[in-house]
Design a binder for this molecule. Structure first.
Ligand code: ASP
Length: 349
């Protein structure tokens, strides 16, 4: 290997992308990932070397949780110095949660961590996995003036590269299954891969490090018309509850009802951190826009701006794990930790 060859570590966690149809077994089975080069010979390119690692056993991403994010982040941390970039192959179902969690757990990143997956198995003729994998590897190996172009956790899917903590799975059918509803793509792959340099995130933390003490005593409460007050109380009175993401209407509105107000105020007084995100796929919460948002503000609910639910939940887990409470927690949730939100002037109080 030439000294300047880029070294990429491929980590297979599980999911459709790493499976083939097995006629005898009568369904999809995971490939032996150490043989990925046999399935995708185009991975071999001059100027780069690829090594692989795999979760044992690989898991469907519906089974992913903080302990797997920790394992994945530890693999990256342990190999950080030895590789120029990392490609993580992941099921699409919870890919946006893993990408969001990793973005908050890894600090001072100076190298690309590119997650990808596919809708069709890599072993099928019409697979999208081959293109997703090859482009993700190319992006992970891309540098300019000796510096990696991407230095953050990102997701490559269906010709676009997105910031990881801005992603959301929007389709169980389309080859453009993963979207970034509130933030432009970091790159687009056509004949060339065109990087959108102005969109890239650069972490100012000097030292690379891993924070992996997540606290998952959190809940997610989508509001809906006619929601029984007892249901809300069941959640806000869960004794372990430390953090709550509320999915509200439109630009951050909630029903003006005294039962909701009482439940949220009591939770706030008990120290539960509450964050407001919109249940619209696109846009931001604006807590001053409608009177129906004032109730939440008055109960101490923190506006989550244009964060995805995935980002809000995982940022909360990390922030609770750091032990932040009160004003420190409010500042963390309103602040931009890893490019996960757009700072609207109406949110900065
Ligand atoms: N259920 C699968 C998973 O998320 C679907 C996929 O791989 O895309 O692991």
């Amino acid at each position: 290997m030439d000294e300047k060859d880029s070294r990429i570590l491929l980590v297979y966690t599980g999911g459709t992308i790493g499976s083939v149809k097995d006629v005898e077994a009568g369904g999809l089975v995971p490939i032996d990932f150490s043989e990925i080069h046999r399935h995708v010979p185009e991975l071999e390119q001059p100027g780069r070397s690829i090594e692989s690692a795999s979760f044992e056993p690989p898991i469907d991403s519906s089974n992913m949780g903080p302990e797997h994010w920790r394992l994945l982040a530890q693999i990256i941390r342990d190999h950080y110095e030895d590789f120029d970039g990392f490609v993580v192959l992941h099921g699409t179902d919870t890919l946006a949660y893993t990408a969001s969690a990793l973005s908050f757990m890894l600090e001072g990143l100076r190298k690309p961590i590119i997650l990808t997956g596919s809708q069709l198995p890599i072993g099928l003729p019409r697979t999208d996995g081959r293109e997703n994998l090859l482009a993700a590897v190319e992006i992970a190996a891309a540098s300019r003036f000796g510096e990696p172009i991407v230095q953050e956790v990102a997701v490559y899917f269906g010709s676009s590269l997105f910031r990881g903590n801005r992603t959301h799975k929007a389709s169980a059918e389309s080859m453009q299954a993963i979207i970034s509803p509130n933030f432009q793509s970091l790159a687009e792959a056509g004949v060339d891969i065109i990087y959108n340099d102005a969109q890239m995130f650069r972490d100012t933390t000097e030292e690379f490090g891993l924070f992996d003490t997540l606290d998952s005593d959190v809940a997610w409460l989508p509001l809906f018309p006619g929601q029984p007050a007892n249901l809300i109380r069941r959640i806000t009175e869960w004794p372990e509850l430390k953090g709550l993401v509320l999915s509200t209407f439109g630009s951050g509105n909630a029903p003006s009802n005294s039962a909701l107000k009482a439940a949220l105020s009591e939770a706030h007084d008990r120290g539960v951190v509450m964050v407001n995100v919109s249940q619209c796929g696109h846009g931001s919460v604006h807590p001053e826009r409608y009177a129906t948002a004032h109730l939440l503000r008055d109960c101490g609910v923190i506006p989550g701006g244009d964060m995805t639910t995935e980002a809000a939940l995982t940022k909360l887990m990390v922030s609770l794990g750091k032990g932040w409470r009160g004003e420190a927690m409010r500042a963390a949730m309103l602040g931009n930790m890893r490019g996960e939100l757009t700072r609207f002037s109406s949110l900065v109080s």
